[in-house]
Design a protein around this ligand. Structure first.
Ligand code: CA
Length: 704
């Protein structure tokens, strides 16, 4: 499918892995004061939790917008955010108010009818917190419970806001802020508790999930997903016993302890099951990624890349299923968990369905944790199949890249990442945003743990992009993304739409026979849920990376989605085409015969800076190396930026060595997330990076 040389070049490209209390005063059901989410089942007019309801099916029973009238869907209103960073939020709609989060962990309460701002909350996340985020200063949403809105912030706080006023009710720090933890995921709330995890496994942290009392903010329990340092004794946490009994024997040596804590972060999915009264968490990759450096290349390393079921009241372990034992590829199991009751072989099964990064679709009995079935939803080549007897993958020869690089059809970006999927109980299909981001895994033979830096043990920066335009085009072609309709009972595809590029948005399925998805190509689309026919689309001026929601107000159904490119892939991956400038992020709301329209895009790209090259070839090569190691994970490989973060070739700072130094070394733009590299780079290295960027700016100018 791809030639080896291109794949070899891809080695360093894909660094992805991987952000009303008083119901009385408002119209709306009084029962919101209690367990609000249950009513979402019977009353689909709201969107009360991250996945629409506790089952997180992202399916709505609303059908006023349907296959017959979809062509009349048009913009009802839009709301402008104040940032160009990625918009990964799934909004909530409670009682006529939309609660949407934005990059930098900000929260906005808007009228669901008009988009008018009711209040906003800015937690004042320090800009430097972005340096601890693998994948942009994003936030994936808030939780609503009993009159409060809960938000996790990039710097590790969990904040409860009065849903009516936006005022802080309580705020707690959930992580050791001296370590590279971040929160980008949405909290979940149930049974008087709010549950929150964290990220940071690219850098080196120890994963856990915490439960806080929704009223007081007191810590109720904590569950660590990997064992701690035995020299420090037990954690005094809900996980103490099971970690010693089940997890400790699956880890070897103490490198994982010395390298930050082993990973297994719970950075996205956390799902409460009201039927069985269980809480499910999906855990992340190992840190470092490469097990050879983490655990003497031995052991399953529980509970990495696993689904773990817990008692929501006290955090006690119930069962686990490890999807990728001995994880070594950044194959997280943090992707969305969906609960579905389906009939398999004549038996009604309460299942948990899951399409994680590793390319297998899992159907699990969520009472027992037993694997019912697992088949490839993507042509994964790291494992041939899942052994039904043992529940374990059968890995392919060489997949662990011990002696030679392994050309994998799936990289750390995953065959499916955090972008939510949906499940329609009507069609019985799961709508998965899949992606094609191949990767060459190669052991980093010079690996040395560097606190606060990416520590993967994989050679991410091993090669150079080819200069030949045809070869570059071929690399772009090797990437892709599909909307896949998957039959979870027969474990086979039903239909598929190819979008031609990766990093498309998540999906929403409705009783109107529709599947909605926003795309990287700057359109928002509706497909026929039965056959994938494209029925409607709208030009959104920027990429959509997250999933839409739907709700109704006064008998009118709305579809809403946040727009704004960002996240891991767009920051790092080179963009070969010349893409136009985009507006700041937005929330768009659509209804039948809406009359709003988006303003014309007025933002213009600045021209490249033109000053004379001042480095010789050798110095420029060193400048390139330094740029690649220090700058490319945010400003893109070869500065071929998608435009989320500034294109350094067009930056005014480039023409003045003093200004450049003040930013790159001294951190003059730290409040925007650009930390100073004074401790990492000498002055002459900073200048060499400038020289490399000047060189690239001149090339760009000549191309124009
Ligand atoms: Ca990761």
């Amino acid at each position: 499918m791809y030639q080896w040389k291109w794949l070899q070049k891809l080695t360093f490209l894909l660094i992805i892995t991987g952000c009303h209390s008083d119901t009385s005063e408002l119209t709306g059901p009084k029962h919101f004061a209690n367990d609000t989410i249950r009513i979402a089942e019977a009353d689909p007019q709201f969107w009360l939790t991250h996945g629409g309801n506790y089952e997180e099916q992202r399916f709505s029973a609303l059908n006023k917008i349907n296959k017959e009238n979809i062509t009349e869907l048009s913009l009802a209103w839009y709301f402008d955010f104040d940032t160009h960073r990625g918009q990964e939020s799934t909004p909530l709609m409670v009682d006529g108010i939309i609660y949407v989060t934005s990059a930098w962990s900000k929260v906005f309460a808007l009228s669901a009818e008009t988009g008018e701002e009711i209040w906003k909350f800015d937690p004042q996340v320090p800009g430097k917190a972005a340096a601890n985020a693998c994948c942009d200063a994003v936030n994936r949403g808030a939780a609503y419970y009993a009159g409060k809105i809960f938000i996790g912030t990039l710097d590790g706080r969990l904040i409860a806001l009065d849903a009516h006023s936006g005022k802080v009710v309580w705020s707690v720090i959930t992580v050791d802020q001296s370590k590279p933890y971040t929160i980008t995921g949405a909290p979940r709330a149930a049974k008087g508790k709010v549950f929150i995890g964290n990220g940071g496994a690219e850098f080196g942290v120890r994963g856990y999930v915490s439960a806080y009392d929704t009223e007081s903010g007191n810590l109720a329990w904590r569950f660590y997903t990997v064992p701690g340092d035995p020299n420090n004794g037990p954690d005094g946490a809900a996980s103490d016993e099971v970690l010693e009994e089940k997890a400790r024997p699956t880890w070897h040596g103490r490198a994982f302890l010395d390298y930050g804590g082993g990973g297994g972060t719970v950075w996205d999915t956390i799902v409460y099951d009201p039927e069985l009264d269980q809480l499910y968490i999906g855990t992340g990759n190992g840190s470092p990624w490469n097990r050879q450096f983490r655990s003497e290349d031995k052991g399953d390393n529980l509970f990495l890349s696993s689904i773990v079921a817990l008692n929501p009241d006290n955090g006690a372990y119930l069962w686990h299923y490890q999807e990728t034992p001995g994880e070594t590829w950044d194959y997280t199991a943090t992707q969305q968990i969906t609960l579905a009751t389906i009939t398999i072989d004549g038996l009604v099964r309460k299942t948990l369905i899951h399409a994680p990064k590793n390319g297998f679709f899992y159907v699990i009995d969520r009472q027992s944790g037993e694997l019912i079935s697992a088949e490839k939803f993507f042509p994964a080549n790291w494992a041939s199949h899942i052994d039904k007897e043992t529940g374990r993958p059968v890995e392919t020869e060489g997949a662990r890249f011990r002696k030679a690089p392994f050309i994998s059809t799936i990289g750390g970006g995953g065959a499916h990442s955090w972008q939510p999927m949906s499940y329609s109980p009507i069609t019985g299909l799961v709508y998965i945003p899949t992606q094609q981001l191949p990767f060459v895994y190669e052991k980093d033979r010079r690996f040395k743990y560097r606190p606060g830096e990416w520590n993967t043990g994989v050679n991410l920066f091993g090669g150079l992009l080819p200069q030949d335009p045809a070869e570059r085009a071929a690399i772009a072609e090797g990437m892709g993304g599909d909307l896949l309709a998957w039959d979870p009972i027969n474990q086979e595809p039903r239909w598929r739409v190819s979008h031609g590029q990766p990093w498309n948005g998540g999906t929403l399925a409705t009783a109107g026979g529709l599947v909605f998805q926003g795309l990287a190509n700057r359109t928002f689309r509706a497909y026929d849920a039965y056959n994938g026919d494209l029925l409607w689309q709208y030009a959104t001026q920027d990429a959509i990376i997250t999933a839409p929601i739907t709700f109704s107000l006064d008998e009118e159904q709305y579809i809403a989605v946040t727009v704004g490119n960002g996240g891991g892939v767009p920051l790092t991956l080179p963009t070969f085409s010349n893409i136009p400038a985009t507006p700041n992020g937005r929330l768009l709301a659509f209804k039948l015969n809406g009359t709003a329209s988006l303003p014309k895009v007025t933002a213009q790209k600045k021209p490249p800076i033109r000053i004379a090259n001042f480095l010789n070839n050798e110095q420029r090569a060193e400048g390139f190396r330094l740029y690649t190691e220090n700058c490319s994970r945010c400003h893109a490989v070869e500065i071929l930026t998608s435009g989320v973060l500034p294109d350094l070739r067009r930056s005014d700072f480039l023409s003045d060595p003093q200004l450049w130094y003040s930013v790159v070394s001294e951190g003059a733009l730290e409040d925007k997330g650009m930390i100073g590299f004074r401790d990492k780079l000498a002055a002459e290295q900073v200048e060499m990076i400038r020289g490399y960027v000047v060189h690239e700016a001149n090339i760009l100018a000549e191309q124009r």
